[in-house]
Design a protein around this ligand. Structure first.
Ligand code: GLV
Ligand code: MN
Ligand code: MN
Length: 441
């Protein structure tokens, strides 16, 4: 290990150089628009065309093949690991040095848009092309990766591929996750041909930067295109199953009911009350999925299964919120004669990003003359997993319509996307150490 390979510490300061590269934003936009056609659907609630590309489905497979084709066309060396994460490498002049890594994901939620995850992946490929076209070589290799099942919508655990890479989840655990029809991650990787053979614990990169749309209103409110992300708030996903008793809706006295639907409704309202109370800091809570059985007009629900998504920038207040909710559900069981069971689907602590990488991103934005704000991420990202392995931070790009995301209305302007990827490109270049700049002969 050379002196320049010693891990960055929060105090270290990297040498900052002026930006020298700008990406081709028309080509980036064309790629984003082409990819969004894979899994496109007509969304009845918005009247817009959305994207439904759940992890390891046929649509995801088609998108993976297109992105791999773009990677190879850009002259990159592609490899697939055992959890289906895909990496593409641009060689450095010193192959012994750890690479600088970019990345994100190309799976979407069932009601997604064109930018969530894909901006960071297609933008990363665009960075590689821009470096080639500018005749720039770097000492360090540069890699771009996309990670399996970031959204967690199909197999129930978000950031699945990057969590395996970071060693937080085992390959076996990830392979054995099932979708609602019982298909496993392992079988689906084989089925779509992305069961790679390179180790899922990858060589430790020098640094990781992920560019992603903000998915919230902070940048738009500040009137800037660029955010430098200070960290990702804690996330807790749980599945709550409430068992009661089915009975006749017309004849069963109110006080004799064991109504699982009523209890579920009280949970939904209590979560909102907890968020409004201020008692749990900046808690955000959502019940996004609620299914009642036997689901008939004139039958009291015997079962309710609901998901609980809690987010909090403060780990202690997250724990307090989880305990409060568990006690609330205990009390409901007693009051209505029910039986409730919890299953933790996913849980991550608050992850602070690395100060030096944030400084590099700031230097890149300043060199480009782009104003920025610093912000904590409300959404989960692969970067929060990779941060456990190497110095990491993120670039945010502003969205329109209040930054709305996870709906087809998600939209970022072409120039905002171009600005974000320019910031990414020059930050990556600083970290990868350019050895030659200027046009090729
Ligand atoms: C990922 O999109 C999340 O749920 O934050
Ligand atoms: Mn995302
Ligand atoms: Mn998402």
């Amino acid at each position: 290990m050379t002196a320049s390979d010693t891990p960055l510490t929060p105090d270290s300061r990297l040498s900052l150089v002026s930006p020298v590269v700008r990406v081709n934003r028309e080509r980036l936009w064309a790629n984003l628009m082409q990819l969004k056609e894979i899994g496109a659907y007509d969304d009845a609630s918005t009247g817009l065309r959305g994207v439904r590309r759940l992890a390891l489905t046929d649509e995801d497979a088609e998108a993976r093949r297109l992105v791999v084709w773009w990677m190879r066309e850009a002259g990159l060396r592609v490899r697939v690991d055992r959890i289906g994460n895909v990496y593409a490498e641009r060689a450095g002049t010193d192959p012994s040095l750890p690479c600088v890594l970019m990345g994100s994901h190309i799976d979407t939620v069932a009601t997604g848009g064109a930018f969530d995850g894909t901006l960071g992946v297609l933008g990363g490929i665009e960075v590689m092309r821009a470096l080639d076209e500018a005749g720039i070589r770097t000492r360090r290799p540069i890699e771009i990766g996309f990670f399996t099942e970031e959204e967690g919508v199909r197999f129930g655990t978000d950031m699945l591929g990057s969590a395996v890479t970071a060693g937080r989840l085992t390959l076996e655990y990830a392979h054995n996750r099932t979708d609602p029809d019982g298909a496993t991650v392992r079988d689906e990787l084989v089925r779509i041909g992305f069961d790679g053979d390179t180790p899922e614990i990858r060589p430790i990169p020098r640094a990781y930067i992920e560019c992603h749309i903000e998915q919230g209103p902070l940048l738009a409110t500040a009137g800037v295109d660029i955010g430098i992300v200070t960290g990702v708030q804690a996330i807790s996903w749980q599945r709550l199953t409430i068992d009661g008793a089915a009975a006749h809706a017309g004849t069963t006295p109110i006080e004799a009911r064991h109504d699982a639907g009523l209890a579920a409704a009280e949970v939904v309202v209590e979560i909102r009350r907890m968020c409004d109370s201020g008692q749990f800091g900046q808690l955000r809570g959502t019940v996004g999925n609620l299914v009642l059985q036997p689901s008939q007009t004139n039958v009291i629900p015997s079962e309710a299964v609901l998901t609980v998504d809690l987010r909090n920038p403060n780990d202690d207040l997250m724990t307090a919120a989880e305990k409060h909710l568990a006690k609330f559900v205990d009390d409901l069981q007693q009051r209505y004669g029910l039986n409730a069971t919890w299953e933790q689907m996913a849980k991550t602590a608050m992850v602070p990003f690395h100060g030096s990488i944030q400084d590099v991103i700031a230097a890149s934005a300043e060199g480009l003359g782009l104003p920025y704000v610093k912000a904590m991420s409300g959404a989960g990202h692969d970067a929060q997993e990779i941060a456990a392995t190497c110095p990491t931070a993120m670039v945010f790009v502003a969205g329109e319509y209040g930054g709305i995301s996870h709906t087809p209305r998600e939209y970022s302007r072409p120039d905002a996307c171009g600005n974000g990827i320019d910031v990414l490109a020059n930050a990556i270049l600083i970290l990868a150490e350019p050895v030659h700049t200027g046009p090729t002969a």
